[in-house]
Design a protein around this ligand. Structure first.
Ligand SMILES: C[S@@+](CC[C@H](N)C(=O)[O-])C[C@H]1O[C@@H](n2cnc3c(N)ncnc32)[C@H](O)[C@@H]1O
Length: 244
């Protein structure tokens, strides 16, 4: 999968992509992340990428020309790229959307905004999609771009060592994740649930399912309403409701 990030702060993106799982994914040629400095596509000698807002008001607006110029120069064929502008006004990024992007055959181009906004003509006439990573305002689109690259990459075959690990995580199967423990089995009076030390895999699976249902019921009942319960799960949930 090929990601491209268009930013005026390439160092931020380089730093994250150059570490850990994403670094290994790049080394294994499972993903590429090309980072483009938007200033290289500014038209004037001062490499200006922002200007005052028409109509007045505070803050600067990112100029449209550098965005259109980079797209025409690097991704001239519209059917071969999907341009995503990062914006708090975009559709909400979820695990489902990460999965949708992971199946994309076109190159992914992520446009990072800064200042007050990106000129609306970029949103209307260049971007194929606008994505928000949540209902809060960040100073720039670099973190949202990295969030998308990270969440999408770990869904690609071979990126995670254990191919099952992505499938069993929160959201992937519709419930929040069950609790995890490692050694020591007792620390400062805090013990690991005995069932996990029992070696009984059926019991462990049942315990994990119950814990996942319990935490989802407590923290995200909205997820549970969308989840289709098996009869066994419904029974477990009834027990949990009684316990709660
Ligand atoms: C300070 S924000 C601009 C906020 C804008 N004035 C508004 O109220 O919607 C600057 C840039 O950061 C990025 N950004 C900030 N918060 C974001 C979010 N929650 N999701 C995606 N991108 C975000 C966008 O690229 C945006 O253009």
């Amino acid at each position: 999968m090929k990601f491209n990030v268009v930013t005026i702060f390439p160092e931020i993106v380089h730093a994250y992509v150059g570490m850990s799982i994403l670094k290994r994914a790049v080394e294994k040629n499972l993903i590429t992340v090309d980072i483009h400095n938007l200033r290289d596509y500014a038209e004037d000698k001062h490499k200006m990428v922002d200007d005052y807002p028409y109509g007045g008001g505070s803050g600067m607006v990112m100029k449209p020309e550098p965005f259109f110029r980079i797209a025409e120069s690097i991704w001239p064929q519209k059917n071969k790229r999907k341009i995503i502008a990062l914006s708090p006004k975009g559709r909400l990024f979820t695990q489902e959307l990460a999965s949708e992007i992971s199946r994309e055959s076109r190159d992914i181009v992520l446009l990072c905004g800064r200042y007050e906004a990106i000129d609306e003509r970029v949103m209307q006439h260049l971007a194929d999609d606008e994505i928000s990573i949540g209902d809060y305002i960040l100073t720039g689109g670099e973190l949202p771009a990295l969030v998308i690259i990270d969440a999408v990459s770990r869904l690609l075959t071979g990126v995670l060592g254990d191919s099952h690990s992505a499938k069993e995580e929160s959201f992937s199967w519709g419930l929040l994740d069950y609790p995890h423990y490692t050694r020591p089995d007792e620390y400062d009076g805090m013990a690991v649930p005995r069932v996990l030390l029992s070696g009984n895999h059926n019991e462990i699976t049942l315990w994990r399912k119950k814990q996942a249902l319990k935490i989802t019921q407590k923290r995200r009942p909205d997820l549970l309403r969308k989840y289709s319960l098996t009869q066994d799960e419904q029974r477990l949930l009834n027990d949990i409701k009684e316990e709660l």
